[in-house]
Design a protein around this ligand. Sequence first.
Ligand code: TYD
Length: 207
Amino acid sequence: MAGLFITLEGLEGSGKTTQQKYIVDDLKEKGFDVLLTREPGATRLGREIRQLLLDPDWSEMTPRAEILLFAADRAQHVEEIVKPALNAGKIVISDRYFDSNLAYQGYGRGLDIDLVRKINLWAVDYLKPDLTIFLDLPVEVGLARARAQTVDKLGDRLEREEFNFYQQIRAGYLELAKESERFRVIDANRSIEKVKTDILQEIKEMI
Ligand code: TYD
């Protein structure tokens, strides 16, 4: 595949949304053809799945069902959006990808990581990112930021989880980063400017 596939990962409140805009602007300024996308919910099917996944009313959703719904969203996303863009030579930036599933459902829910990885690799037809930026920060900082932005202070189905769930997710991401060369851990508990500089530097080196 001709393009470059970059994924952004992080807990709620890590600043992914702010930073992705800077990345896109920077790359466009340099003349690259960039596509910004996200999970869950980038496709028509994905938007329906996203509704199910985030609706607090689905309190009976089992962890296995949750994994498969996220993976179904991802399968559609890769086939419909990511692969065609990469084939067209674009730089694809995805706000979350299968590492979210490994961190949230695998480590967060305490399910078999190898199995979650296999399910995901199959779902995406073995398409791995070239570079994964993990915006890391203490859970309490992230949750405080995220809750300050949520109108009803309770958040969506996942945001209602306990502190401990997020601790496991953070530890999981750090574990994944240790195992994989495509990961870059960026300290997101700093000014937006500093985080931005580091991310852009990593991407520049990659390109
Ligand atoms: P979203 O509103 O897109 O949040 P964010 O801005 O944090 O990305 O909600 C997505 C939620 O779904 C978020 O809590 C992370 C979670 N998630 C998983 O648990 N597993 C996954 O595979 C993905 C893609 C997301």
